[in-house]
Write a protein that binds this ligand. Structure first.
Ligand code: NDP
Length: 278
């Protein structure tokens, strides 16, 4: 029989590692599939999604900048996707209904807790940025019961909106960068896209304590600007977002195939690929 077909839709998409990750999972789980990275024009998303499934496609991952549009398009959302109003995983069920889920937050929490052995429970957390990624991450993060979460963002209003939307889950505050100075955090999560161009917002050095952990959603061959900042300011532990990428893919793989691949060998494989490309 024909292979099941999957793809990731985004713009830009050139350097996507998702095809490699899903191919590795498929090999482990004895699933036959094709998985392609597709660059979709900004005004063509809905048509492209419909065309993909009409042509027999089995599932889509959605990345920047289409996650909110994907949430609006899905007929049925999982609870976590509805609350995030962001979708990174789409499929059609047996009745032909387009369904959406978000696996980014589960991916981040699994990488921090299971892979890195970091604690979230009882910790004071700082999130840098208030974009789509933070939207997807907040609920799974709050379920780990941090003591408090502070969201700092250039556009303060965006951080405030997130803080109030997710306030039922625990203590969340928001501010601009100028109001950070006095506080310390146990866990700092960078979800700021300025890192894509090698930059980061100015963070006061005093926000890190002796045992603070710093996690960047970004990843690449070299340490990111935020990771360098964390190391310079004596962070206890520092990680990039490669593990999150593989873990969110594993959760999407589970949504589609109902099997759980091993993530560790794929994270190692991907580290090797990135190092070789450096
Ligand atoms: P968005 O475009 O939705 O949000 C971008 C955020 O960065 C906003 O908070 C924005 O602030 C801020 N920002 C951008 N430029 C600047 C700047 N020059 N100065 C200060 N703040 C700035 O992006 P996403 O939330 O979707 O993604 C954020 C990052 O996370 C990206 O780098 C992405 O690659 C990464 N990511 C990694 C994943 C993984 O699996 N590892 C998964 C998902 C995302 P403002 O609101 O003021 O504009």
């Amino acid at each position: 029989s024909e292979n099941m077909r999957f793809a990731v839709f985004g713009n830009p998409i050139k350097h996507s590692r998702s095809p490699m990750i899903h191919a590795a999972f498929a090999g482990q789980c004895d699933v036959k599939l094709e998985y392609r990275a597709v660059r979709v024009e900004l005004n063509d998303f809905q048509r492209a999604v419909t065309a993909f499934f009409d042509a027999g496609g089995s599932g889509l991952n959605i990345t920047v900048p289409f996650k909110e549009e994907a949430a609006a398009m899905a007929m049925e959302l999982t609870g976590r996707a509805a609350r995030a109003t962001a979708v990174n995983t789409l499929w059609r069920d047996d009745a032909g209904v387009l369904r959406g889920d978000t696996t980014d937050g589960v991916g981040l929490v699994r990488d921090m807790v299971a892979n890195l052995g970091w604690r979230i429970q009882g910790q004071r957390v700082l999130i840098v940025g208030a974009g789509g990624a933070v939207r997807g991450v907040l609920e799974p993060l709050m379920r780990e019961l941090p003591t408090s979460v502070h969201i700092v963002n250039r556009t303060v209003e965006r951080a405030e909106t997130l803080a109030s939307e997710f306030a039922v889950l625990g203590k969340i505050t928001a501010s601009g960068y100028g109001d950070l100075a006095a506080d310390q955090y146990d866990l700092v999560i960078n979800a700021n896209s300025a890192g894509l161009s090698g930059e980061m917002p100015a963070l006061p050095p005093g926000i890190l304590g002796e045992r603070s952990c710093c996690y960047d959603l970004l990843y690449g061959a070299e340490p990111t600007a935020f990771m360098r900042w964390a190391a310079q300011n004596a962070a206890w532990a520092v990680s990039d977002g490669l593990g999150m990428l593989v873990e969110q893919a594993a959760e999407a793989f589970y949504v589609w195939h109902r099997s759980r691949p091993e993530t560790q060998p794929v994270i190692q494989q991907l580290r090797g690929v990135l190092a070789a490309a450096a």
